[in-house]
Structures are given as C-alpha cells and as structure tokens.
Design a protein around this ligand. Structure first.
Ligand SMILES: Nc1ncnc2c1ncn2[C@@H]1O[C@H](COP(=O)(O)OP(=O)(O)O)[C@@H](O)[C@H]1O
Ligand SMILES: CC(=O)N[C@@H](CCC(=O)OP(=O)(O)O)C(=O)O
Length: 288
C-alpha cells in the first residue's frame, strides 16, 4: 500500500511538472539553443546518458539544439601517455603541429563520437562534425606564441540550418581551418560563442563545473547584465577560467544572441531545469 501511495505521489509530481513546463515549452518552440559541454562537465557514462536524454527531449519539443564540446582533460590524458606535458597560456593550450594532431584525434575521434553515440542511444539523430565540415569555421591565428590556436573569423551556418530542417542534432568539435588550409585548435567556449552568434541563437548555455558566476562573498548571481560582468571582472571577482566564459558571453550578446547562461553541467538535468522551470539554474547574462 505504501509503495502504491509513493508511486501515485511520484506520478502526480511528474504530471504537475509537465503542466508547469507548458509556458516554457511554448516559448522555446523552434528556438536555437547552443550548449557548450566542457570536458569537466562530461562526467560518467550515466551523466552522459542523462545529458543525451535532455537533448533529445529538447529536440522532441521543437527546439533546435546544437552541442559544441570541449575535452581538455581527455587531450591532457593522451598527451601525458605520449610523454608530452600540456602547457597553457591565458587558459589556451600551446599547440604545435604534433599537439594539433593529438587534439584533432581526441576531440573529433573520441569525444565527439562518445556524445553522438549517447544522443543516438537516447533516440535522437546526432551528426558529429568539426568546424572543418562544409568549411563551417574559418580561423586566424590567435597569437604566434600559442602556435596553432585559432580565433574564428567567419562561421557559415548553412550546414547547421540544413540539419535543423531534418531534425538532426549537430555535435561540433572546436576545430577550424585557416586561410592557408592550416588546422586550428579553438577554445571550446570561444567556438560555442561564435556558432551561437552566427545562428543568432536564443540561448547559449555554457556548462561547467561551478554553479554559476559568484560574487565577492561566493554567492551565485542568478541574473547579470553585461555592465555588471564588466564591473566584476575589473574588480577581480571574475577571474581565471571564468574570464573566457564571460568574455564569450559578452561577445555573443553583442552579436545578437538573446541570453547566455553559465551553469553547472554536473547537476542532473541542468539543461531542462534551466529551460523549462521558473527557477532556472546558474547565472543568466543579458545585455540590459
Ligand atoms: N566569479 C567567479 N565565479 C565562479 N567561478 C569563478 C569565478 N572566478 C573564477 N572562477 C573559476 O572559474 C572556473 C571555471 O572555469 P574552468 O575551470 O576553465 O571551466 P571549464 O573547465 O568548465 O571550461 C571555476 O572552477 C572557478 O575556479
Ligand atoms: C585552444 C584550446 O585551449 N583548446 C582546447 C579545446 C578543448 C576545450 O576547450 O576543452 P574544455 O572545454 O574541456 O576546456 C584545448 O586544447 O584544451
């Protein structure tokens, strides 16, 4: 009897949740949502399966999700096995020609296919790409000191728009091509921002391993304007790995992305909480 009562209560909660999600489902119909999945946020196979189900659910309710992934820790691991120490300058990997080969193998081979497979197992139709496919991302060298690290100069969204028409889910590794046909390693946040900008996305979600942007007392700030982000950066409250994320957020907003959210990708169903509940999750950044 107790079990039956519990089940009735659980089912009632599920029904209420779906009912309460209705206004959000309507709001996001046909929206483009770009999700950056960082290497630290990828976690266990169960976590990946749960993320993949969230993405498939988004697609099922009419959203066009685009996944842009990182994989820094996985690149570090293979480089270490090959006896190469990883070196970072201002959060970006120093990338010589040999390192670039490893970056491309790990990101386009291992990490990209793990995400594609998880989404397809969850019932979606994911297509794994890098910025090289259909010449999607063209880059210039970011800084000679960093070697083959690129900054996107142009993103061609046509391939992505054709995939949306067929209800497919693009999964993109942050690698681009240079004017002289070089291969460039792009920071995952930067690539996600450039893709969101080219698509004029409704949302850019940056999934990381902290619950959002924290203020000086360590509290997550749930709503931020571009001006407040600049103030917090000048005051040194936003520092380290958070700087490329908030810089990406500001660039994306300036390019026409409607809102950017920085949130903890390790929280179960983080993406659904953000999109379909009144509580949201993490820090929402808007222009005004
Ligand atoms: N104001 C801040 N709020 C939250 N995190 C911050 C802040 N300033 C610096 N950080 C640091 O930024 C880190 C997130 O960046 P990073 O580790 O590069 O993420 P990822 O690996 O997911 O790309 C946090 O773990 C935290 O140490
Ligand atoms: C230029 C540069 O630093 N590229 C990154 C690309 C992967 C990435 O961004 O991974 P995370 O999101 O997991 O950190 C790298 O080589 O590690």
């Amino acid at each position: 009897m107790q079990i039956r009562d519990d089940m009735t209560r659980d089912n009632a909660a599920i029904a209420r949740t779906l009912n309460e999600a209705l206004p959000y489902l309507t709001r996001y119909d046909d929206a483009v949502v770009v999700i950056k999945l960082g290497g630290h946020a990828m976690g266990s196979d169960d976590g990946m399966a749960s993320f993949a189900r969230d993405v498939v659910l988004m697609r099922t309710v009419g959203i066009n999700p685009v996944i842009v992934h990182g994989g820094g820790p996985m690149i570090n691991e293979l480089l270490a096995r090959l006896g190469v120490e990883s070196q970072f300058v201002r959060g970006k990997r120093v990338t010589d020609a040999d390192t670039m080969r490893v970056v491309e193998m790990v990101l386009a081979g291992e990490v990209n296919k793990r995400i594609v497979q998880a989404i397809n197992t969850a019932g979606g139709r994911a297509v794994g790409l890098t910025g090289k496919d259909a010449d999607m991302i063209t880059c210039r060298q970011t800084d000679p000191e960093l070697g083959f690290v690129g900054t996107p100069t142009e993103v061609d969204p046509r391939l992505l728009n054709s995939l949306f028409r067929d209800e497919m889910i693009p999964v993109i590794a942050p690698i681009g091509t240079g004017e002289q046909d070089e291969t460039y390693n792009i920071n995952g946040d930067t690539a996600a921002g450039a893709i969101a900008a080219a698509l004029k996305a409704d949302r850019l979600l940056l999934l990381t391993d902290v619950s959002g942007v924290k203020d000086q007392s360590g509290e997550v700030v749930t709503a931020l304007t571009a001006a407040r982000v600049r103030e917090m950066t000048a005051a040194g409250v936003i520092a380290g790995g958070m700087i490329p994320k908030t810089e990406t957020a500001l660039d994306a907003l300036e390019a026409g992305v409607r809102a950017v959210v920085i949130l903890d990708g390790r929280v179960p169903n983080a993406v659904l909480l953000e999109l379909f509940t009144s509580h949201g999750a993490g820090s929402l950044i808007r222009m005004e």
